[in-house]
Design a binder for this molecule. Structure first.
Ligand code: GUN
Length: 297
C-alpha cells in the first residue's frame, strides 16, 4: 500500500497573535474612552535571567503596540521576599494600575506560591493566584493563565473543535499543563494529563486527537508518539546553543499530524498576545466593579 505523506496544517502563532492584538487594540481604545486613560500593566522582573529579559521585552513591546501603558520593575537577584512583597502590595494599592505580572522563574529564595499569592486577584493577568486558579477549577474563570489561553485561541483560529475530543497533555506545571487541562475539560474534551512519572507515555499520546506538549524536553515527541491525523501543539521552548527547539520533533511529526504548531512562531507569540488581552480584560473588570475585591484596589 502506498503511503500518502500527510502535510500538516502549520498553526502560525505569529499571524494568529497579530489578529488577537488587533482586537485588543480596539478594546484598549474603548476602555480609554470609558476610563479616560489606557489600561496599564507593570511587569516585575527579578535578577538577570537572559530568557526572562527577552520574554519581558516582548510583552512590553506588544503592550505598547496595542496602546496599553506598560512599565517594568527590575529588582536585584538578591531582593528579599519582604521587599518583593512590599512592592507587590504597593502595586495592588495603586488605583491607576490594572495588571501585575511577576516574570518566572524566580531565584530559589523567593517561593513562587508565596509571591504570586501576594498579587491582587483582580490585577493577576497571569491567572496564577489561588483565587484565579480556584475560579478556573470551578469553571468560572475571570483571569486564566496566558499560555493555556494561547493554546485554546490557537485551536479556535485553526478551526479545530475541542468538544468530545481526547486531549492529551504532556507536562503538569501550574503555568501550562494543569490550567490547560481545566480549560480543555470545560470545553468538553476528555482530558489525560501525563507527566514525568507516567509509564508507557506513548500509549497515552497515541490515543490523542489533540496532543499538547509542555514538558521542556527538546524533541521528546517523535512520530511514533502521534496518531495519524492528530493535532499537535508544541509549548516547549528549549534554548540549545543559539537555537530554539520545541518539545516535538517537527519534521517527523509533520508527516503524521493534521495540524502542528512550530517553535519558534507558535505558542510563544500567543502567550504574549494573551498577556495584553488579560490586561485589557482586568482593566474592564475593575472599571465595572466586577473584580472580587479580596485584596487590593
Ligand atoms: N515564565 C514562563 N512562562 C511564564 C508565564 O506565562 N508567566 C510568567 N509570569 N512567567 C513565565
Amino acid at each position: 500500500m502506498g503511503e500518502a505523506l500527510l502535510t500538516s496544517q502549520i498553526l502560525d502563532g505569529k499571524m494568529m497573535a497579530r489578529r488577537v492584538l488587533e482586537r485588543v487594540r480596539e478594546e484598549v481604545s474603548d476602555f480609554q474612552k470609558r476610563a479616560g486613560r489606557p489600561p496599564s500593566l507593570t511587569v516585575v522582573r527579578v535578577g538577570d535571567d537572559p530568557a526572562s529579559r527577552v520574554f519581558v521585552g516582548r510583552k512590553m513591546k506588544a503592550c505598547a503596540a496595542t496602546g496599553i501603558t506598560a512599565s517594568e520593575e527590575h529588582l536585584s537577584e538578591t531582593v528579599s521576599l519582604d521587599d518583593l512583597c512590599r512592592l507587590l502590595r504597593s502595586l495592588n494599592q495603586n488605583p491607576a494600575l490594572d495588571g501585575i505580572l511577576v516574570q518566572l522563574p524566580l531565584p530559589s529564595h523567593l517561593p513562587v506560591s508565596v509571591v504570586t499569592a501576594e498579587i491582587s486577584p483582580a490585577k493577576d493577568v497571569d491567572g496564577f493566584t489561588p483565587a484565579n486558579m480556584g475560579r478556573l477549577t470551578l469553571g468560572t474563570p475571570k483571569l486564566a493563565p496566558c499560555t493555556p489561553l494561547g493554546v485554546v485561541e490557537m485551536l479556535r483560529q485553526g478551526g479545530i473543535s475541542v468538544s468530545g475530543k481526547h486531549a492529551v497533555i504532556v507536562g503538569r506545571s501550574s503555568i501550562v499543563g494543569k490550567p490547560l487541562s481545566l480549560l480543555l475539560l470545560h470545553m468538553d474534551a476528555t482530558v489525560t494529563l501525563c507527566h514525568s512519572r507516567t509509564p508507557d507515555l506513548d500509549r497515552h499520546t497515541r490515543a490523542a486527537d489533540i496532543l499538547v506538549v509542555a514538558a521542556g524536553r527538546p524533541g521528546m515527541i517523535k512520530a511514533h508518539h502521534v496518531k495519524e491525523g492528530a493535532v499537535v501543539i508544541d509549548v516547549g521552548i528549549n534554548r540549545i546553543g543559539d537555537k530554539l527547539l520545541g518539545d516535538v520533533a517537527f519534521d517527523e511529526v509533520s508527516q503524521k499530524a493534521s495540524a502542528l504548531s512550530p517553535v519558534p512562531g507558535g505558542v510563544g507569540p500567543m502567550t504574549v498576545a494573551m498577556v495584553c488581552r488579560n490586561t485589557v480584560l482586568a482593566a474592564g473588570q475593575r472599571l465595572s466593579g466586577l473584580c472580587d475585591g479580596t485584596k487590593g484596589v
